[in-house]
Design a protein around this ligand. Structure first.
Ligand SMILES: [Mg+2]
Length: 257
C-alpha cells in the first residue's frame, strides 16, 4: 500500500461527471460499467460523491455500501456511522417546502418545467422548455420568488439549465470535503491521503480550487472556454468512467503485485 495511487481519496461530483446530463433529471442512472467500476474502486480506496442531488436520491441511485455520499451540495452527508445535516439548512427546510408547493401552483403543467424537491434545497429545471421561452420562464421564476421570499434566508443559484434555491448559508461542496477528510484523518491518523476531485460545472469551482492545493483536481470541460482552474481537464464526461476504470485496474495490479 505504499504506492501513491493507493493513497487516493477520490471525490467526485455526480451529474455531468459520473453520469451524462439527461433531458429528464429523474431518469439519470449510472451505467452498469460505471457502477461496476465504482463498486470495485470503493473496496480499495475511499470515495466520496459530492452532489447537488438529495442524499436520498444518491443513496438510491448509487447504492454502493462503501461509498461516502454528500447531498444538496454538502449540506447533508452520509459517512457510514458518521452523519451530518447542516443545522441552519434544517431550520430553513419548511421555507423550501412551502416554496416548492408555491412554485408547483405557479407553474402548473408548463411544458418543460420540472421542480425537483430535494429536502434541504430545490431545483427548478427548464432544460425541456423551448429555447425561445426560457428567458421568460426564468424571469417569471425570479419575479415569483421576489413576491414570496420576504427575508434573505434563501438564495438562488444558476446551474446548467436549472435554477436552484438553497439556504443562504456559507457552506458548499468544499466544506463537505473538509468535513469528510477531517473525520477520515481522525479515524486513520497514520494514513496519508492524496485527494482527487472531479467535477463539471460552476458548483464545483470551490471544491476544485481546494483540491488543487492539496491534491489533484480534474475538470470536465474545455480548458480554453472556462475560468475554472484545475490540474487536468477532460473534454468529455464519458472519459471519466474510462479513467476510473483504468485507475481501478492499476490499483488492483499494485495490490496484487
Ligand atoms: Mg455536475
Amino acid at each position: 500500500m505504499d504506492n501513491p495511487l493507493s493513497k487516493t481519496f477520490l471525490f467526485s461530483d455526480f451529474d455531468g461527471t459520473l453520469v451524462s446530463i439527461r433531458k429528464d433529471p429523474a431518469k439519470v442512472a449510472l451505467t452498469s460499467q460505471a457502477h461496476k467500476t465504482l463498486a470495485l474502486l470503493a473496496r480499495k480506496i475511499p470515495i466520496g460523491i459530492i452532489s447537488g442531488r438529495s442524499l436520498v436520491f444518491l443513496q438510491k441511485t448509487i447504492a454502493i455500501p462503501e461509498m461516502i455520499l454528500a447531498g444538496n451540495h454538502g449540506l447533508e452527508i452520509d459517512m457510514g456511522r458518521q452523519r451530518f445535516r447542516h443545522p441552519q439548512a434544517v431550520s430553513c427546510q419548511k421555507e423550501i417546502q412551502q416554496l416548492a408547493r408555491g412554485l408547483k401552483k405557479k407553474f402548473p403543467g408548463i411544458d418543460g418545467v420540472f421542480i425537483e424537491e430535494k429536502g434541504l434545497t430545490l431545483t427548478f429545471h427548464y432544460r425541456l422548455v423551448p429555447p425561445g421561452k426560457r428567458e421568460a420562464i426564468c424571469k417569471a421564476f425570479h419575479d415569483y420568488l421576489k413576491t414570496v421570499l420576504k427575508e434573505d434566508i434563501l438564495k438562488v443559484r444558476g446551474g446548467k439549465m436549472a435554477l436552484e434555491v438553497l439556504p443562504n448559508i456559507d457552506w458548499g461542496k468544499e466544506d463537505a470535503i473538509r468535513w469528510i477528510l477531517e473525520r477520515y484523518k481522525n479515524r486513520f491518523p497514520d494514513r496519508k491521503v492524496v485527494p482527487i476531485y472531479i467535477g463539471d460545472d460552476e458548483t464545483d469551482r470551490a471544491a476544485l480550487a481546494l483540491i488543487q492545493k492539496i491534491g489533484i483536481s480534474i475538470f470536465i470541460g474545455d480548458a480554453a472556454t472556462t475560468t475554472i482552474k484545475a490540474t487536468f481537464f477532460l473534454p468529455y464526461q464519458t472519459q471519466v468512467i474510462a479513467l476510473l476504470r483504468q485507475f481501478q485496474l492499476e490499483i488492483d495490479y499494485i495490490q496484487e503485485a
